[in-house]
Design a protein around this ligand. Structure first.
Ligand code: GDD
Length: 320
């Protein structure tokens, strides 16, 4: 039986990854941070047979203790300050959590269990506004991040590559484009739009207030993307892989689709507030996941509309 340790286990991806690993017979351990609202902390993983441990990426000793107790075969670092706009408000915290902490994790693997495979949750936000002439971002596309979040993630990405080359660790980066699901936090744009539209439909809200609706994103389903994480760590060679659908929609398009699905007209309800815009914006993401298709045999199963349908049904059920 293989043992996995997941930082960020209580998040969207941590919960789906745990389900996947349990279905494959893994013993699954996860690190959770202390949270003032105890009730909501483990809501995504309460139904799962996983062992959780308290720890914090900014307290390297706490992580080291758990790591040395568990001695995992696979270590997935999914914990992060994951909200790009908030990273402009707390840039130093973001740098420490998303960037510097990864250095401690890699040192720990190197010192205590060099055969443990290490997965880093890297992000398409690292590309910033850099895009190849054919309109896609891929592993070879230069990275010029436009947010403290992206800069910190790029720092961690480079650390992973360095530890792989310098010390021969099996350390891999999954460069994941946006991925959503009914478990997505409701301050990310897909969930915010869908939740508010359903609320409006049922008379529970009057308007949907957004920032920049002209930016475009390549949205996949988290359930598909955690399969890619596992495939990346179970390939015979460690590397860096783009995980994306290759299809792009604007936030404006998403609003039309969601309100249209609910028989409403988005233009009547969508309002603008600059507080949701960012000092610097990433305009368009469209990923080319050819390397993951060819090397790992990974393919997404959900279409964009199936994902939106699942998320709308989730909120319809919840609000009823
Ligand atoms: N969150 C949010 N709220 N975004 C808004 C809003 C709003 O009210 N209005 C417009 N947007 C725009 C943002 O400016 C951005 O262009 C786009 O919607 C998507 O925003 P998010 O859903 O917050 O995601 P993100 O692209 O910034 O970051 C996500 O994807 C990254 C991968 O590229 C996060 O999941 C990151 O953790 C992840 O690494």
């Amino acid at each position: 039986m293989k043992t996995a340790l997941i930082t960020g286990i209580s998040g969207q991806d941590g919960s789906y990854l745990s389900e996947l690993l349990l279905s494959k017979g893994y013993e699954v351990h996860g690190i959770v941070r202390r949270h003032s609202v105890a009730e909501s902390q483990a809501s995504r993983i309460e139904h799962l047979d996983v062992t959780t441990h308290y720890g914090d990426l900014l307290d390297p000793g706490s992580i080291e203790r758990v790591f040395c107790d568990v001695m995992p075969d696979e270590f997935y670092n999914l914990a992060a300050m994951s909200h790009v706009r908030v990273s402009f408000d707390v840039p130093e915290f973001t740098m420490k959590t998303n960037g510097l902490a990864v250095f401690h994790l890699l040192e720990m693997v190197r010192n205590y269990r060099p055969l443990c495979k290490f997965y880093q949750a890297s992000s398409s936000e690292m590309f910033g506004n850099s895009i190849d002439v054919d309109g896609y971002q891929r592993e070879s596309t230069p990275m010029h991040p436009v947010s403290p979040y992206g800069i910190a993630k790029l720092h961690a990405y480079n650390l992973v590559r360095h530890y792989r080359k310098a010390y021969g660790l099996f350390a891999a980066n999954g460069i994941l484009f946006n991925h959503e699901s009914p478990r997505r936090g409701s301050n990310f744009v897909t969930q915010k739009i869908i939740k508010t539209a359903v609320q409006i439909k049922h008379g529970l809200a009057d308007e949907l207030v957004l920032g920049n609706i002209d930016s475009q994103r390549d949205w996949g389903h988290s359930k598909d993307y955690v399969r890619a994480m596992h495939a990346i760590l179970n390939h015979n060679k460690s590397g860096d892989f783009v995980v994306a659908t290759g299809r792009t929609q604007s936030i404006r398009d998403l609003c039309s689709i969601v309100f249209g699905y609910l028989n409403m007209d988005a233009s009547e309800y969508v309002k603008h507030d600059p507080k949701y815009t960012r000092p610097e914006e990433l305009d368009i993401l469209r990923g080319d996941a050819s390397k993951a298709h060819k090397t790992l045999g990974w393919e997404p199963e959900y279409s964009f509309l199936e994902m939106v349908d699942e998320m709308i049904k989730h909120w319809e059920k919840k609000l009823k």
